[in-house]
Design a protein around this ligand. Structure first.
Ligand code: HEM
Length: 181
């Protein structure tokens, strides 16, 4: 059964990698390839989220939740996987709601930043998954050099969460004000 998760995870990971590349092309260039990338992005992102749902369901079904949550490394893997899903869901909503205007002016930078953060997160999620499956890579060593030992639970300081909430409220206020103008 473990093979099911190993197989299904390739779908969100491959789609997210391609979606990141297309977001960069669509946001930072113009002409034929930019136009093509803009058109392809929404269906690609929807497919990636369906793939992520399959990866999550298989992860939850294949291993008992007690076993998953007992290991700090699996907890980190699940946490970072959920963060990746959150970032690409946001990207999908912005492109779906904004259409081609999402790629214009300053708005394009929001897409670029989200895509870059998402790609770092899914790379870490995949790395931790590979590590769990017995195939560690240099990314784990790099994370160690940056101060995160992947064998221990990742804790975020409280001030980071407060900063995230304040930034979220700030974004909501800016959006609300812009809509009123
Ligand atoms: C978007 C969500 C997810 C992605 C992209 C993902 C990705 C991966 C990857 C790339 C691997 C390594 C597979 C291999 O080397 O062939 C892996 C392994 C693993 N994943 Fe996930 N995963 C996700 C969600 C989950 C969830 C929700 C759970 C548990 C609730 C989970 C538990 C595991 C475990 C326990 C392994 C190690 C498998 C083994 O020991 O053979 N994953 N995952």
């Amino acid at each position: 059964m473990t093979g099911l998760h190993h197989m299904l995870v390739h779908f969100p990971l491959a789609f997210w990698a391609l979606a990141t590349l297309l977001t960069l092309v669509a946001s930072l260039s113009s002409g034929y390839w930019a136009e093509l990338s803009r058109k392809a992005l929404l269906p690609l992102l929807i497919l990636s989220l369906l793939g992520a749902a399959a990866a999550i369901v298989s992860g939850l079904l294949v291993w008992p939740i007690e076993a998953n949550t007992h290991s700090p490394m699996t907890r980190n893997h699940i946490l970072i996987s959920y963060w990746s899903v959150a970032i690409y869901t946001l990207l999908t909503i912005l492109i779906w709601r904004g259409g081609s205007s999402a790629f214009s002016g300053c708005k394009r930078w929001v897409l670029v930043i989200l895509a870059l953060i998402g790609s770092v997160l899914f790379a870490i999620s995949g790395t931790l998954g590979g590590h769990l499956a017995g195939a560690p890579t240099l990314v784990s060593t790099l994370l160690g050099l940056l101060g995160w030992n992947v064998y221990s639970t990742l804790y975020v300081p409280d001030w980071t969460l407060i900063a995230v909430i304040l930034i979220g409220i700030g974004c909501l206020l800016v959006g609300w004000k812009t809509k009123q103008q």
